[in-house]
Design a protein around this ligand. Structure first.
Ligand code: ATR
Length: 277
């Protein structure tokens, strides 16, 4: 295959150097022997529209979108899949044969697939989820939980208005609860998820007392650096089963890779350790 046949994809963000996606996709391309590339592309705010215009002309089959561009990407694509519509954000773009751009959101899929792969059968956990945060990541997590059939989903956020807006958008099983009611909300929870960036390297920890949380509740974090966040450490110390966030990054990458490069990537058992190394 000649060099100009190389299939190109990448991730657009600002900043973008910290993204693990190039390492992950390049590993899969090598494993499968595909003549392709996946690049980190820094796109400053205000320049996204230009990038969307130019990349297809440079042979890009599509790209991922990360912070802070997911909402603007939603507005720029020609068509959106159902998940993107429900979440209001796009994290994966596919250039179709006619040149139009399809915007997908694979974060909800990534979240639920990760939880299922780590916790196994979710039935015991589907009674009541407490979701911390009401930003874009929370929207993806709540959408995943609604679609998976969780009976009740409670959104707890520092700013109650945002939680209420999210609950109204997502429909019946979702309710916003004031931050002051956290202990009560946790007391019969079967799943607790942090969707904020609190606990990430360089950020303050999420200050949340787990005293009222049942010991058989599952606790998940979408932060993956560090892998064991202060929240997960606190949960593990009291005996709760925990799910780390790195698997979400891996699973959300699968639909994009498959669309751009034409093959499903292999999910080896040691992929998380390898990514972190
Ligand atoms: P993302 O799209 O990554 O989810 P975002 O839209 O900026 O990012 O949302 C960040 C979330 O983290 C919000 O729920 C935010 O709470 P507010 O809506 O009250 O801003 C939450 N968050 C960020 N810093 C926080 C802090 N120090 N304490 C509590 N919540 C915080």
């Amino acid at each position: 295959m000649s060099a100009d046949m190389t299939l190109r994809a990448g991730v657009l963000g600002f900043p973008v150097a910290q993204s693990l996606s190039p390492k992950l996709h390049t590993h899969w391309l090598n494993m499968l022997g595909i003549d392709g590339s996946y690049e980190a592309i820094e796109v400053s705010p205000g320049m996204l529209s230009k990038a969307f215009n130019q990349l297809p002309k440079q042979g890009f089959r599509g790209w991922n979108i990360t912070v802070p561009h997911k909402e603007e990407a939603y507005r720029l694509v020609h068509e959106r899949d159902a998940a993107a519509q429900a979440i209001g954000a796009v994290n994966t773009v596919v250039v179709r044969p006619d040149g139009t751009l399809l915007g997908m959101n694979t974060d909800a899929y990534g979240f639920i697939t990760n939880i299922k792969s780590k916790a196994g059968e979710l039935t015991p956990y589907r009674k009541k989820a407490c979701v911390i945060g009401a930003g874009g990541a929370a929207r993806a997590v709540v959408k995943a939980l609604v679609d998976d059939g969780f009976e009740r989903i409670v959104v707890l956020n520092r700013t109650l208005d945002r939680a209420e807006e999210l609950a109204a958008d997502m429909g019946k099983p979702v309710k916003a609860v004031s931050w002051d009611e956290t202990a009560k909300a946790l007391s019969d929870a079967t799943l607790l998820v942090n969707t904020t960036s609190l606990g990430m390297e360089g950020e303050p920890p999420l200050l949340l007392s787990l005293d009222s949380l049942p010991k058989n509740a599952l606790v998940a974090d979408i932060v993956y650096k560090p892998l064991i966040t202060p929240l997960l450490a606190q949960a593990q110390a009291r005996g709760n089963i925990t799910v780390t966030g790195l698997g979400m990054l891996i699973h959300q990458a699968v639909p994009g890779f498959t669309a751009w490069f034409g093959e499903e990537p292999p999910l080896e058992a040691d992929l998380e350790q390898w990514l972190l190394a």
